[in-house]
Design a protein around this ligand. Structure first.
Ligand code: AR6
Length: 178
């Protein structure tokens, strides 16, 4: 099964595109330190959101690995974007703790903004080189650890580009929540 419920929070793993999650209140950006468009997820989000997002991001940049900031969704179907800077694997250490901080900080910002549903991409697993399996354990493990503390967040979706990555996330979800 590709979804589980923990402390009233639905955690699910789907194959798809992070900019096509119109039923979510917020999507998470796998950002760069300057919060500029760039490639991968960040490029797709800025393209779909329009130039207003780049402008809105300026006052928050630069951010550090593990940090998260929140903006509006501009022209996206989502009310908010939460921008996380993941660690560059092999450079920003301890990379596992920094990656966990991204997820924890994003969830806390979402809760503070009264967000009910939030979609994450697999932060750091593209240009930043984090191995998918280890990243999936950290991502799902951190959401599971935070679930009992969340007040407004009731739905967390992991959106994976590649069906194999989605299957891996489903296995990790089953293992961790058994
Ligand atoms: N929807 C869902 N997942 C996607 C999408 C999409 N539209 N596009 C890529 N992925 P990355 P990072 C997957 O590189 O590793 C940027 O240039 C992708 O297959 O976007 O945190 C920024 O400007 C991979 O598994 O993020 C930064 O400089 C995952 O999303 C840097 O890359 C993350 O890939 C951030 O690197």
């Amino acid at each position: 099964m590709d979804r589980r419920t923990l402390h009233g929070v639905v955690i699910e793993c789907v194959t798809g595109d992070i900019v096509r999650q119109s039923d979510m209140d917020a999507i998470v950006n796998a950002a760069n330190a300057q919060l500029r468009p760039g490639g991968g997820v960040a490029g797709a989000i800025h393209r779909a959101a329009g130039p207003g997002l780049d402008e809105e991001c300026r006052e928050f940049a630069p951010i550090e690995p593990g940090e998260a900031v929140i903006t509006s969704g501009q022209q996206l179907p989502n009310r908010f974007v939460i921008h996380c800077l993941g660690p560059v694997y092999g450079r920003d250490e301890p990379s596992d703790r920094l990656l966990a901080s991204c997820y924890r900080n994003a969830l806390r910002l979402a809760d503070q903004a009264d967000i009910g549903a939030l979609a994450f991409p697999a932060i750091s697993t593209g240009a930043f080189g984090f191995p998918m399996d280890a990243a999936a354990r950290i991502a799902i493990g951190t959401v599971a650890d935070e679930a009992s503390k969340l007040r407004s967040v009731r739905h967390v979706r992991f959106v994976l580009h590649d069906p194999e990555d989605q299957a891996l996330h489903v296995r990790v979800l089953q293992e961790l929540l058994e």
